[in-house]
Design a protein around this ligand. Sequence first.
Ligand SMILES: *[C@@H]1O[C@H](CO)[C@@H](O)[C@H](O)[C@H]1NC(C)=O
Ligand SMILES: *[C@@H]1O[C@H](CO)[C@@H](O)[C@H](O)[C@H]1NC(C)=O
Ligand SMILES: *[C@@H]1O[C@H](CO)[C@@H](O)[C@H](O)[C@H]1NC(C)=O
Length: 970
Amino acid sequence: MSGALKDAVLSFSASPDRLQTVRTRASPQWSVILYTVIATAVLFSYSFLFNPFTRDLVLNVDQTVPVNAQRILQQCAFLKIVPGPGAAFHTREVSDRFEFGTKPTLIKNATIWTGLSNGTEILTGDVFFKNGIVNRLGKLPKHLLDREDDLVIVEANGAWVTPGLVDLHTHLGILSAPVLGGTFDLTSPHGPIVPWFRSIDAFNTHDDSFEHAIAGGVTTAQILPGSGNAIGGQAFMVKLRPTAKKTPTSMLLEPPVSLWDSGVDFDGHLPWRHLKQACGENVNAYGTRMDTMWWYRSAYDGARKIKEAQDDYCIKAEAGLWNQLQGQPYPENLQWEALVDVLRGRVKISTHCYEAIDLDALVRLTNEFQFPIASIHHASEAYLVPETLKKAFGGPPAIALFANHNRFKREAYRGSEFAPRILADNGIPVIMKSDHPVLDSRHVLYEAQQAHYYGLQPHLALTSVTSTPAEAAGLSHRIGSLQEGADADIVIWDSHPLQLGATPRQVWIDGIPQLNASNNQEHVLVGSQKTNEGSQEMPRVPSWDSERLKAIQYDGLPPLEPERIVNGPVILTNVAEVWERSDSGVKQRWSTQPGRELGTVVLADGKIVCVGGYQKCVQAEKAGLVVDIHGGSVGPGLISAGSTLGIEEMELEASTGPGPSFNPYLQGIPAVLEDTGGLVRTVDSLKFATRDALIAHRSGVTYGVSTLRSSTFTLETTFRTGASHSLESNAVIRDITALHVHIERPIPYSAAAFPPISISTQITGLRRLLLNSNYHNTETGYWFDKAAEGAIPLIISVNNADIMATLLRLKADVEEQRGTRLNMIFNSAIEAHLLAKEIAEANAGVIMTARQVPLSWDSRRIIARPPLTNTTAIATLVEHGVTVGLGVIEATEAASIRFDAAWAALEADGRLTKAQTYELVTTNLEKMFGIADWIKQDDALVIYDGGDIFSLESKVIGIASPSKGNVEFF
Ligand SMILES: *[C@@H]1O[C@H](CO)[C@@H](O)[C@H](O)[C@H]1NC(C)=O
Ligand SMILES: *[C@@H]1O[C@H](CO)[C@@H](O)[C@H](O)[C@H]1NC(C)=O
Ligand SMILES: *[C@@H]1O[C@H](CO)[C@@H](O)[C@H](O)[C@H]1NC(C)=O
């Protein structure tokens, strides 16, 4: 080694750390080169003289060392650094994210789920953290706290403590709440390949969602650009807490060195970088799938050439062959440097990719260019092709999924709620994610709870939102698990975290308490620890073994029709409860008494003919199919209101939906309608046996009241979700159920066609239609008259309280002028709680979702729910006497409304009885829609095995139907 070169390497280090890194990594290289050179020189010296690379070495030609040699050698040394925590990380005593003034804290007597050993480790004891770092866990040595002044002590009383949750797929800050046109910074319109695009450059620190995500226990999130580009840009990991500096930069966790300089000023620790990729239909602005793969290949080919040029260059520079590099700059290109880093294995890539075709193409790409992908997101068909995933370069990527948000387009059509378990059984890491704001990041744990419900093992359900995403982001040394030396991102829960409605009582990020932080009480725990039976234990869940096998067997489209239809009598044994519709609502007809044996229900022709003791009932009905329901229950079928259930098969596939409607505010209505309003009927667009409808049916949601989202004025219809066509008896329960109107300002992100016209114009239209009978010779006039007379309900989709107030005044005007009673229902109604008293006085109804999300300007004034408030919008409205029903937005959500209702009750903390909770998804909706008599004639009953309707332990196994005279079993 020439003296000049050695000097260059040694003088390169400014700190011992650096020196060590460079030496240990560089020295084997030197010896290899030298030994090779000497050995080969002896044997093949002839050929050496003709090889320009070796000739200089052998002949010992004088080299002219350029003035920037040191920098070049730094750059070359930098290429050899492997990302990950540096040696200094493991001895750190103060976190780089420590905020001055944060007090040391001791959580006493906790049940600590650490996230380690694949999520199987549970410790009992204490958690001590200081300087932003977990210091000790479990049983603490006595003297440890002796010298801690200012120690904050939190009594956990045995509560569950977990690491802060990690949401690997969000658009927090770049699609921020409230969503406004100017904050829509998701993707680049400038081509399919934009690796230079960086989400941090658009990151808005004023996103209202940060606070809500933290309230759900989420402490770290990946900020991904959108999926409209094949290589959509660099992503960043951020901690969601507010920082003293208030900047996007200060929220970054382990920012990559590329953010600060061109990547040479490192301290021996190279943070991972993050990149977003996408395949499939989201990239179709730039061509087809075939184009996309070519875009990828040509981009990575370009990057590979730069990488190879760098490697060649560095071999020469490090060998001191400066003459050969004369006049040649170090090969680099700012546009492509991120992809060069991909090829160097320094980037944790998140790829949006759904179908087997795309997964296969992606796996081929990783092998062609030899780089790993850390996680594949959405990946609806991943569970169908595990062997393909295992062939990905560097091993199978983690798969980041929704629990059951499927079927909204072809790419998601074969998605399955059983996918997490199937992937886990194949040894593939499973991550649950929100894709915030597609789902609310606040409820990413609910995704894990549902994955658990559908079969994912509990330890893996918890790691799916903690240590597995942390690992996929290359940050498992500091987040996603509780271990000594990790960041102090910690959550105390009010119940077992896999229980529905599990709510943080405190969340620490970098050791700083986040809930109620403003009142300066560091020891505060919010709300109370749940004490209802089993709430601190892991929920038992049903078995889905046969459903899981069928999902695979039928390539994601297993038959959904009943497996068995029984026309004769059915005897249900081991029944814990029976609920039924009554004139006032839902009431418990029978329940087992503590210490007494479980009961029996006999069904004949789909009707209950006996409830009570086995002896008594079996006397009444001796022969029949006997079904043990293991402490399960029987109760009325539920109603899904508000989505497009039963109208379209895939939301984003126009050919499977109702087609566009006419908007009377914006365009002329086709003359053939002879109707200026263009009022249309949903019943004409019903599609029976859609997968969403059949899944809703077999989940106990037997009725749907659905709406055409694209239509300004619509007549809604009530139908049976399990029917196979509209001519089947009771398939259409009531063809015209309600007149539905949207009154909203256009929302930037919304796909729905709300009229982009003024609110005043929309209300003026409504006023004329309700007050004047001028239009009585048209469909529109006729049905608005009916609504004004109270003959059918007028349901108005609206979120803003001011608009609702105006509508209540309009209601009063109509009633006064026409001497009628207008039955007005607000749908969605996110701000309704602001008018709870007035809505109750006006006798208007409200349909809202269980977990409101404040996404738009008109819906930002929510009651934020526990732990941020100690009440909820639903509880507030019910307490004021408003009739409230639970609605759903997406057809895929219909199947889980019983869990939504359970959630609403848990958060109302005793303010809703079980009967009231049942009514939210049954009779309250029936009352508002005026369909109680029709439903009662049909009166489908749901049979739950293993638990009651609101429990994760139960599973719907059958529907009894008096109108069909049979019992369907699934
Ligand atoms: C975690 O699970 C994986 C996959 O089943 C297994 O390979 C690994 O050994 C497990 N690790 C530990 C620490 O149990
Ligand atoms: C820990 O909490 C549990 C549950 O509240 C309680 O029974 C136990 O006595 C507590 N132990 C200590 C040491 O405080
Ligand atoms: C909820 O908040 C109200 C108003 O601040 C308060 O009066 C009430 O005691 C609280 N209830 C609970 C259960 O904390």
